[in-house]
Structure formats: C-alpha cells, structure tokens
Design a protein around this ligand. Structure first.
Ligand code: PMP
Length: 396
C-alpha cells in the first residue's frame, strides 16, 4: 500500500492551487519550438520560447549533432571525473572561455544545476551572499545549498547593496562575501547595474557572480552582459546557460583557471552526475562559433524586439522597464493576466501568463520573447491581437 499521508498532502495542495488560479497546466508542443508553435494541432505565433536566435532548429547545429551521434553515440556514458569527459566537452569549454574572454570555463548539464553547483562549491556556512531580491530561483537554491548567510538586496538598489556590503564586511563575521546577480532579469528584462556593482565589489573585496542566462547571445553583440559593459576582468564568475540563445542545453561558468580547477574538484553535479550528451556538447560549441563569427542573428533579434516593443508601447500597454528583448505586458491581477494570455492564444498568439509565485502578487504579466526568427508579418499579427484583446478587456 502507498502512503495515505502523501496522497492527502498532494490532493489538498493541488486542489488549493487550482482554486486560487495558481495551478499551471503544462502544454505539450508538437514539433519544433520555433517562431511558430503547434499545440493540440493548433498553430500559433510563438512568443514564449528562450530560443532568442532561432538556433534550436539551425541546420548547421543539427548537422554536427547528427554527426556526433554517429561518432560518439547518444550518451556520454559516465560522470565527467570518471570517463565521461569526451574531447568535445573540452572543446566546448575552450570555446566558452574564448567567448567570455576568460582563462577557462567549466560546463554543466543545465543552467539550474550549474548555479547549484558553482555557488555551493565556492561559498560555505562561514560566508555571506548579497543576493538581488529578483534573482532567479536557481541562484536562490544555490545560495541556500551553500549554507552561507543570504542577505537580500533590494532590486538593483545600489545604496542598499553598498550599505549591506559594508555591514557584512565590517562585521568581521564572514570569511568571504559574494555579490550575486542576474545579468538580465528574466521576468522584467532589465539589466543589472554591473559597473556600480563591480565598483562596490572592489571597495569591499566581494566575489562577483553574474548569471547571464538571458544576456548571453543578446547583449554585448552576443557575448553577454559582462562584455556589454567591458568588465571581463572585474567579474570573478560568469555563469551562463546553453539552453536559451545557444539553443541547446547545459550550463557553464567562465572565470580564472584556479576557479575552474576548484569547481572541477568540488562541484557536486560535475562529480556525481553524467555529462551532457555528445550531440548537446558539439552543437553548443557550433552555436558559440557562429555567434563569434557573425552578429547577424543578434542584430535581427534586436530589430525584431525593438519593433514589437514600439508596437505595444504605441498601443498604450505598460511594458515595464525592459532594456532587452524580454517584453512583459504588465496586466496586474493574476486571473486577468491568465485570461489575457488565453485570449491571445485563441487569436493565434502563444505568450504565457507569468503570475505569482514566479513574480510578486499583483504584478501578473504576459511575457513576450521575440526572436531573430520572427518575421515582420508575425510581429504585426501579434501586435494586432494585442490591440484587439487590449480594447476588449479595457486595458487600452
Ligand atoms: N538562470 C536564469 C536567470 C534563468 O532564467 C534560467 C532558466 N529559466 C536558469 C538560470 C536555468 O537555466 P537552464 O534552463 O539552462 O537550467
């Protein structure tokens, strides 16, 4: 017999979430997650993927992935520290270091486990971490796992950061203090104030950690937020994911040789979880090569983003303080946000509602992710649907 306690716990909580409109039904996509998307046989304009540059379906990546399967098979076969380190993992890490302008890099199976791995390998219970209140869930979990004291910093508030850094360092209670931030905040699209953050870090000798999941491939002509500000020599740990603009899967940290050496012997997902597949490793490397060779896709991404943003702003929607392609249309109320997104879908536009607990209560938004792959026609159609539903629901 299975546990009654577990059944009661699950049933009560799921019912409660459903009642409050917080139970997220998961859609299943048939075929590629590109500029268009098919769900339950219905084709829509896709404004919800992180496939910023359209690389998930790029023929050049598909070709190297297929070749890798022929040469290496479908799995890495072991954890990296036993015999799962294939030559193509090393190639990927060399390419990542060149891409980020650092001495070395280490790759992981996902961005999420990379944050869990890297933060907890460097920080411990005798340390403190200054963490922006809007940092991604994987940063929060990585900080918790480290057992360091977590000091929440008001979002992008440099006075608050400076004050809390001063208090933490002058208290003499901690061996090391880290400041950790998203490069681009994933729900609002605003960019971290990295020049001020590194100045404060220099003043108090803080370790600097930037999660650039949404900045890589996007800012700095594709090289990311740190390069965008020219701060490669001032950020200790540049973390990123291979699952968004790069189009594949995986995570990484780029930094100095000694940091990467340490992560290779101390970060647990590297030591105890099997490496990414050969096809993943080689297609990620190819994507980075493409980004380093040409900025064409990056320019297209920005052109499309600016076009969508202008269109929505002109209609009178509140698109918050986004400085990047991430384009939230702030609705506020959770149920209204869900309804708006549902109506968009009925009109053929797939843009997800993002509500509490992913964002604070009362700040529900429909989040739009334009990509390099969208055509002007698709964006025009999306803007027309926003106009129709915005008027229908009384938002514009
Ligand atoms: N950091 C940030 C800021 C993210 O948005 C995400 C993805 N949602 C991650 C880390 C995790 O990356 P991955 O999807 O590769 O696990």
């Amino acid at each position: 017999m299975t546990s009654k306690v577990l059944d009661t716990f699950l049933n009560e909580n799921i019912t409660d979430l459903k009642k409050r409109g917080l139970y997220n039904e998961i859609d299943s996509v048939q075929g590629a997650n590109g500029a268009m998307i098919t769900i339950d046989g219905k084709k829509s304009i896709n404004l919800s993927s992180n496939n910023y540059l359209g690389l998930t379906t790029d023929d050049r990546l598909k070709k190297v992935a297929k070749d890798a399967i022929d040469s290496y098979g479908v799995g890495a076969g072991a954890v990296r520290t036993i015999n799962g380190t294939l030559d193509i993992h090393i190639d990927l890490e060399k390419k990542l270091a060149a891409f980020k302008g650092t001495e070395a890099a280490i790759s992981y199976q996902s961005g999420f486990n990379c944050n869990m791995a890297a933060i907890s390998a460097v920080m411990d219970k005798n340390d403190a971490i200054l963490s922006d209140e809007l940092n991604h869930a994987s940063i929060i979990d990585g900080c918790r796992l480290s057992k360091a004291k977590i000091i929440r910093v008001n979002h992008s508030d440099m006075d608050d950061l400076r004050q809390k850094a001063k208090e933490a360092v002058e208290s003499g209670q901690y061996n090391k203090v880290m400041v950790i931030t998203d490069g681009v905040f994933s729900m609002d699209g605003d960019v971290a104030k990295l020049p001020e953050i590194v100045d404060i870090a220099e003043e108090f000798d803080l370790i600097t950690y930037v999660d650039d999941a949404h900045g890589s491939g996007v800012l700095g002509k594709g090289a990311g937020t740190v390069k965008h500000f020219g701060l490669q020599d001032k950020v200790d740990m540049q973390m990123g994911t291979l699952s968004k603009a790069i189009g594949v899967i995986g995570g990484y940290v780029a930094g100095k040789e000694n940091l990467i050496d340490w992560l290779k012997v101390r970060s647990r997902p590297f030591l105890f979880s099997t490496a990414v597949s050969p096809a993943d490793a080689i297609s990620s490397t190819k994507a980075i090569e493409l980004l380093m060779e040409s900025t064409d896709l990056n320019e297209k991404l920005w052109k499309n983003s600016n076009y969508l943003k202008e269109g929505l702003k002109e209609l009178g929607f509140d698109i918050g303080n986004s400085e990047t392609p991430i384009t939230p249309v702030i609705i506020g109320d959770e149920k209204e946000t869900q309804k708006f997104s549902k109506r968009l879908y009925e009109e053929g536009v797939y843009a997800k509602a993002i509500v509490f607990p992913t964002v604070p209560r009362g700040t529900g938004r429909v989040r739009n992710m334009p990509t390099a792959e969208h055509t002007k026609g698709m964006l025009d159609e999306a803007i027309a649907s926003y106009e129709k539903i915005g008027k229908e629901m009384g938002f514009i």
